[in-house]
Design a protein around this ligand. Sequence first.
Ligand SMILES: Cc1ncc(COP(=O)(O)O)c(C=O)c1O
Length: 379
Amino acid sequence: MAKAYSWLEKSLETIEKAGWYRTVKTIGNIEPPFIELEGLNVINFASNDYLGLAADSRLKVAAIKAIEQYGTGATGSRLLTGHRQLHSNLEKSIAQIKGSQDALVFSSGYLANLGTIAALVNNRDLILSDQYNHSSLKNGAKLSQASLQEYPHNDYQTLEKLLKEQRALYRRCLIISDGVFSMDGDLGNLPQLITLAQNFDTMLLIDDAHASGVLGQTGAGSLEHWGISSGEIIQTGTFSKALGSLGGYVAGSTILIDYLRNRAASWIYTTGLSPADTAAALEALVILKTQPQLIQKIQANINYFAELLGTRAQSAIFPILLKDPQQASQLANNLLKNGIFAPAIRPPTVPTSRLRISLMAKHNKEHLDYLYEFLSRYT
Ligand SMILES: Cc1ncc(COP(=O)(O)O)c(C=O)c1O
């Protein structure tokens, strides 16, 4: 290897020594909650497909129909090449579920967060961000060039202190928080965040990637869970988790969405979401409305599993905290040998190594009991 690239090998060695080395497993047949993983049929506790819609025949049919009608690619940026009726139908649909005036669909949730944050604030402004926020929020904040202050996870006293000290020094201010934290499964406290945002004349962005389709009576997400109407809150999220497709969105006021159409670089300068993904996401939203049993089932599973673990039911994500990366990998391997797929999450993704268990509506009590039995045996 040429000298200029020799550091790569050394870097990988260091990663491996720390127990942080990652590889990708190949999955075969998917029949939620089962997947074929490197030849084994295992119960899947590693998926964000919370409602089991990614393999649903109704989504497949919708995607195939869209391909037949519109082709496979969106062919260019929606501003330049125009968009399909499907795109605006999906925007209307997601805005309706989120209780917002309008919405904008991006090619992924990551791009929705990057583009929105970087469009809303710049180097004259301040971002206050929960320490456990998703990478897309953190990188959106960096990209914006605003002054960035992280507050300790869900510590709203410190957040208030920072607002008191610093809000007046900046033009605009934006608070960003996950609605459901992706590695810890706990919730941002929206009523407290809203009060602070209002008291300090600050914008508030909530990333509902893991809440949509899971929280709230109709699966509308965090705001519904907390009994809050959308007001001027900026809600972002993804179609790639409970909604079984791909793509991201921002929901908010008409004026916000109009502004983002003109200013969000990760929407303007990228190819629109493919017709198949758009149609599958639309179909998932129809199912959310017409089959509330799915939402009831995921919520019942969350309550049941929390009861087994003796913890508070919050979301479909349950972290099992472990001593070190080696213990996490070992436990994940032991579970796999027993037909359970639950991934080890290690630094630098999280500060404390863990297993990340995610539940699906497709699990039944026997699956959850089986997992619990192994967890109690090995931890
Ligand atoms: C909290 C959160 N926000 C945003 C994203 C990005 O969504 P997408 O996978 O659609 O890019 C993810 C997921 O990976 C996430 O966990």
